[in-house]
Write a protein that binds this ligand. Sequence first.
Ligand code: MD3
Ligand code: FE
Length: 205
Amino acid sequence: MAMRPEWLDDGAVILRGHATAHAARMIAEIRRIACLAPFRRMTTPGGGVMSVAMTCCGARGWCSDARGYRYVAVDPRTGQPWPAMPETWRGLAITAARAAGYDGFEPDSCLINGYRPGARMGLHQDRDERSDAPVVSVSFGLPAIFQWGGVRRTDPLRRIPLLHGDVVIWGGASRYVFHGIAPLRAGAHAVTGSCRYNLTFRRTL
Ligand code: MD3
Ligand code: FE
């Protein structure tokens, strides 16, 4: 697989289209995972309901409810452990991290976000992981506008399109930047239909 890393910013690297060849298989695996751990829209501590639907695989999964945000080993919705992370997913995340200069990445969790038209993710930092290892993100389906700020909420935002197959590695100085996803525009994608998926590989401990 050809990899042409583009440096986005300190610590942030994008591999455009790196996952495209794996899309059909990975989307089938997302659907299989969702049979065991269904996509659900979580409640936030503020009492809202997220517009993005989520599920997880791996040793721990992210969850949000009235009590706050945390990683848990058992899916609160099913009472079962999260489905295993497919070995090929883990390999892709480790290889992408290495290409970005992060050797030894050992993801133990993958958060799977499902976006329908209109779904968005407000500006936030990812701070629920105990490790400061990088986060590797993989996008499939409809394009999204990624909003990328700085370490202060009020820092100016850049907008970068994330397209089907794009892989981004966020580490070092980029690990705790504020970021979000603008409301998804309606469309039809050949592989996912009217949907966008984003996978984020994380080290939670
Ligand atoms: C930069 N997901 O799940 S992926 C998230 O497309 C999340 O669903 C978005 O933000 C999505 O937390 C954006 C890009 C991304 C993911 C995690 C990051 C960028 C990041 C963590 C730290 C810094
Ligand atoms: Fe995030």
